[in-house]
Design a protein around this ligand. Structure first.
Ligand SMILES: Cc1cc2nc3c(=O)[nH]c(=O)nc-3n(C[C@H](O)[C@H](O)[C@H](O)COP(=O)(O)OP(=O)(O)OC[C@H]3O[C@@H](n4cnc5c(N)ncnc54)[C@H](O)[C@@H]3O)c2cc1C
Length: 410
């Protein structure tokens, strides 16, 4: 008989002792959000060495991927224990030890579709934060219509042989977030140009240092430049790097998108609780003052703030309930589109409110006259516009909900 799992409260007591010894105080309160979390990878720099110490300590306990199997570097925690871990990190205001597309996108997909060799090769490196991944899906002519992608992979067959041991990949990807920081790419390529478009696609992995891969950053209005164009010219990729079946990549691609949408929704619901920083009401009280009865001085903003705070609370509770109700090992499906559209549009509403509260102070870009928090609001507000585009636009999510969740006709 397997050992009974320790109950979550025993785990909590033990965990508190471990955190006391291992959680660096200098990281408490660091936001750990998408913009400044610990991403790891070969190119990572560690301005605060405590971030690396925190990553290494957590990776050793399997806490970077709490629910993944031990054999692949995970913590083998139960659902309840993983929830306790999140609660305790939240209580101490510790950032996640590691974030990134390895943990949230390609890792879960390899667990579901990867060969044993692929799991052994890639998952432990993801858990230790050694390899940072990027996503090569979109192309200049293929965004919402992703299945229209044109990047070609041709099997190179030595003369006299009917088999090949590698593909030659040619094409261009665009909007590849952090491609310039990433070590490996998961990529969709066309392997059968004559098949129906969804049926001629294959899911490939390759090292960004492979000859023929070049990356060009794209500057954005928000001042940051997470995006890149990625050019692929005669890139040799071993056939062993195909995930799932040749020409069966569309199934893998869709499963990964469900994980991506869940990750984006979690950033505004399950994890972040509706955006970084302080609550809307506290920010408004400081900026606009209060009346004698303690209510916000600006009556027109009161209602909008109360509504946004209630909607945020309801969303956080709903994502938590969905997470608790899901069976262990459950892979998200089309319902992830509901969380994605609601979470991202709610975040945009919150950012609009923060800008309304700050008034002209939210229009700063740099220089004197604006403090760091105000400049951060401007940048986050601009960045939030992309939330309803990345991982599939809101219109695409509505189409998925209509077709796959509600079963409405085309
Ligand atoms: C912040 C951010 C990060 C990103 N990171 C990555 C990444 O790492 N890797 C990657 O591969 N891609 C990435 N993308 C690209 C993203 O996936 C695409 O931008 C997205 O899928 C939309 O494609 P598009 O930009 O070509 O717009 P289009 O597909 O051209 O859409 C234009 C407009 O038409 C609407 N539209 C299109 N088709 C329909 C339809 N059938 N019904 C209703 N409306 C429709 C869209 O909703 C949109 O409003 C990122 C995008 C953003 C904003």
């Amino acid at each position: 008989m397997p050992d009974p799992k320790p109950d979550p409260e025993t785990f909590r007591a033990e965990l508190r002792g471990w955190l006391e010894r291992n959680a660096p105080k200098s990281l408490a309160g660091a936001t750990g959000g998408e913009l400044d979390g610990i991403w790891g990878g070969r190119k990572a720099t560690w301005p605060n060495p405590d971030a690396k110490r925190w990553l290494d300590a957590c990776a050793e306990r399997g806490f970077t991927a709490p629910e993944w199997p031990r054999a692949y570097g995970g913590g083998a925690l139960s659902r309840e224990e993983a929830k306790v871990l999140r609660q305790e990190l939240g209580r101490l205001r510790m950032p996640p030890p590691l974030i990134g597309f390895g943990l949230t996108m390609i890792g879960p997909v390899l667990l579901q579709f990867g060969t044993e060799e692929q799991k052994q090769e890639h998952l432990p490196k993801v858990c230790r934060g050694e390899i940072r991944w990027c996503q090569g899906y979109s192309e200049p002519g293929a965004g919402s219509d992703l299945a229209g992608l044109q990047t070609r992979a041709v099997l190179a067959k030595p003369s006299g042989s009917s088999d090949g041991d590698h593909y030659i990949v040619n094409g261009q990807k665009i909007w590849t977030s952090y491609a310039d920081q990433a070590d490996w790419m998961f990529c969709l390529v066309r392997t059968d140009p004559n098949a129906k478009k969804q049926e001629g696609i294959t899911f490939l992995l390759f090292d960004m240092e492979t000859p023929g891969v070049s990356v060009k950053p794209i500057a954005l209005i928000s001042g940051s430049s997470p995006f890149c164009e990625t050019f692929l010219t005669d890139v040799r990729v071993p056939v062993g790097n195909v995930v799932g079946k040749v020409n069966g990549g569309w199934t893998v691609a869709k499963a990964l998108l469900a994980h991506e949408r869940t990750m984006i929704a979690d950033a505004f619901g399950g994890g972040g609780g509706g955006g970084r920083g302080r609550g809307l009401a506290a920010t408004a009280r400081d900026a606009l003052g209060v009346e004698a009865d303690g209510r916000l001085a600006d009556a027109s903003l009161r209602h909008r703030i109360a509504q946004a705070e209630m909607d945020t609370r309801a969303f956080v509770l709903t994502t938590q309930r969905a997470r608790d109700a899901a069976k262990a090992g459950h892979a998200p499906g089309s319902e992830s589109s509901i969380f994605k559209i609601y979470g991202t549009e709610l975040n945009q509403r919150r950012m609009e409110l923060l800008v309304s509260i700050a008034g002209p102070q939210a229009l700063g870009w740099e220089g004197p006259g604006f403090d760091e928090r105000e400049l951060d609001v401007t940048r986050q507000w601009l960045r939030s516009r992309g939330n309803t585009i990345e991982g599939g636009t809101s219109e695409v999510q509505l189409n998925i909900i209509a077709k796959r969740v509600l079963g409405l006709p085309d």
